[in-house]
Design a binder for this molecule. Structure first.
Ligand SMILES: [Ca+2]
Ligand SMILES: [Ca+2]
Length: 200
């Protein structure tokens, strides 16, 4: 594949960001951080890896995981992607978990309202009319050769248990440049959650 100089420069910048581990790195790859009531836990991108990734494996749909290690999350599943992508997936069909991503300008991506930066939220699950049909995957992406530089803030919040028993296990996948990383989260109480940020 022939890549432009601009794309190569963007990839180099993104790779550099992944190599950095700012103060506060704490969560271990593959761990299940516990969300205490009303508490938001944090981890740095450098502490994440895609533990479920096996080179050459089939890509499974709607698990927010890059199963085949090609750097793309849930390709071939109708899930949009780009140089920047964040996704969460969980199993309980009625439970409401939110993926909240702000772009470097501080704008929040919402379904049906692409931001000026190009950041777009594709799905909000489970959806008011069960639009996700039990396949709960929320996806935020930015498809541009030169995505805006700056900090993308990610917040994942358990909004409503809908009568289901905790814990709610959520997989978070992030694609920033040429590769993807992931983290398993365990959320126990409404309004508990998790946050991190990625800087281009
Ligand atoms: Ca993949
Ligand atoms: Ca997948």
């Amino acid at each position: 594949m022939i890549r432009s100089d601009a794309a190569r420069r963007a990839s180099a910048r993104l790779a550099l960001v992944f190599a950095l581990c700012p103060a506060g790195c704490g969560a271990r790859s593959g761990a299940h951080p516990t969300g205490a009531p009303g508490r938001v836990l944090t981890a740095a991108p450098a502490e994440m890896s895609e533990a479920g990734c096996v080179s050459g494996a089939p890509e499974r749909c709607f698990d927010a995981t890059d199963n085949n290690c090609n750097g793309i999350i849930d390709e071939g599943c109708g899930v949009e992607t780009g140089a920047v992508q964040f996704a969460i997936a969980w199993e309980q069909p009625r439970v409401d978990v939110d993926l909240l991503v702000t772009d470097p300008a501080g704008e929040l991506a919402e379904v049906g309202r692409p931001l000026a930066s190009g950041l777009t939220k594709q799905r909000d699950c489970p959806g008011r009319n069960n639009e996700c049909r039990g396949q709960n995957l929320e996806n935020v992406y930015l498809d541009a050769a030169e995505p805006p530089q700056g900090t993308y803030k990610v917040r994942i919040v358990l909004e409503n248990l809908a009568g289901q028993n905790p814990p709610i296990l959520v997989h978070f996948g992030a694609r920033v440049g040429p590769r993807s990383v992931g983290l398993n989260l365990r959320l126990d109480q409404p309004q508990s959650g998790y946050e991190t940020s990625f800087t281009l």
